[in-house]
Design a protein around this ligand. Structure first.
Ligand SMILES: Cc1cc2nc3c(=O)[nH]c(=O)nc-3n(C[C@H](O)[C@H](O)[C@H](O)COP(=O)(O)OP(=O)(O)OC[C@H]3O[C@@H](n4cnc5c(N)ncnc54)[C@H](O)[C@@H]3O)c2cc1C
Length: 294
């Protein structure tokens, strides 16, 4: 029986593993990969980024520290977490079962895709799913945002503050009739199209999009139609909220004793590498405190 199983090897899971190892816990990390979504960057023609602290570099350091420390890890997909005895059983795709007194779920969230022609090829080349991360690359440019939920509308508002022109593509009404949506409609920098995105075009990077029967020249495209949290593995444990996120308190603990969660899979604001790093550290220290008290 392990003290702790961490599921997910992204920024949250890797950081949790480093902290748990520092506390000399008997820890097992189970993940499909090491690094998670830290490799998601965005190239925009003619723009050179100047970040002081790069999330990817911080995570790389944790990864190197983990490679140096000899610890237990399994590259596998977790299919289910089940409450068993005084702890949990974690089942994987390769039909293995691992047990621990405490578990941290750090499985992240996947951006929803539209699966339109050109989308897959242009990911990272002017096409992003995270305006929160990359809006700043579009100063005095002309990007488009697809989506009608509050997240998409907020992205359009943020972008309108810095861009020359913003195209907001609404696949449906969504939140556009809300007070926030009405403000956007009144913003001269935001041009709204109420039609589905049909295609993304460009050779080296995004150059234009096809919306309904129109082709619009753009510098970049943000698809903001939502995120799918990787919470199905704990769906039967009563810890997932209406949006599919794992509900945690300020100690990263769920309503179930010994079950913790960190990073994008939780209901914590907001999805950023450095936030996930901090949340992962907190979850490990919280799990450690829980185990001490057992
Ligand atoms: C397009 C895009 C661009 C982004 N750009 C930036 C940026 O520039 N700067 C920034 O700070 N943030 C950025 N973000 C956000 C950032 O990537 C996330 O906030 C961060 O990676 C979350 O870390 P995490 O550990 O919670 O999850 P993730 O990084 O998603 O890691 C999840 C881990 O869990 C594993 N996993 C998932 N399900 C299972 C399972 N069932 N069994 C086993 N393993 C599993 C995965 O393999 C992965 O290792 C971006 C996000 C996207 C989508």
């Amino acid at each position: 029986m392990n003290d702790l199983i961490i599921i997910g090897g992204g920024p949250a899971g890797l950081t949790a593993a480093v902290y748990a190892l520092n506390k000399r816990l008997n820890v097992l990390l189970i993940s499909e990969d090491l690094g998670g979504k830290t490799g998601y960057t965005l190239e925009v023609k003619g723009y050179e980024g100047h970040e002081v602290i790069r999330g990817g570099e911080v995570v790389e350091k944790f990864k190197r520290q983990l490679e140096y420390l000899n610890f237990a890890r399994e590259i596998d997909r977790v299919t289910k977490v089940v409450a068993e005895g005084n702890g949990y059983a974690v089942h994987t795709q390769s039909n293995k079962k691992f047990q621990a007194r405490a578990v941290i779920v750090a499985t992240g969230a996947a951006p929803k895709r539209l699966d339109v022609p050109g989308e897959k090829q242009l990911i990272g080349k002017g096409l992003s799913y995270s305006a929160i991360s990359h809006a700043q690359l579009f100063i005095e440019r002309e990007p488009a945002i697809v989506g009608s939920n509050l997240r998409a509308l907020q992205a359009a508002a943020e972008m309108a503050n810095i861009a020359k022109q913003v195209y907001l593509i609404l696949p449906d009404k969504g939140e556009i009739d809300s007070a926030f949506g009405k403000k956007l409609r009144a913003n001269p920098k935001v041009k709204i199209f109420e039609a589905p995105l049909k295609e993304v075009r460009g050779a080296e990077g995004v150059e234009s999009i096809v919306v309904g029967d129109k082709t619009i020249k753009v510098d970049g495209l943000f698809i903001e139609v939502g995120l799918t949290p990787g919470s199905t593995i704990v769906a039967d444990l009563g810890v997932v909220d209406a949006n599919g996120r794992i509900a945690v308190n300020c100690r990263s603990a769920t309503a179930r004793p010994g079950l913790f969660a960190a990073g994008d899979v939780t209901d914590v604001f907001i999805e950023q590498v450095l936030v996930a790093v901090g949340e992962g550290a907190k979850a490990a220290l919280s799990a450690y405190e829980y185990l001490l008290n057992q």
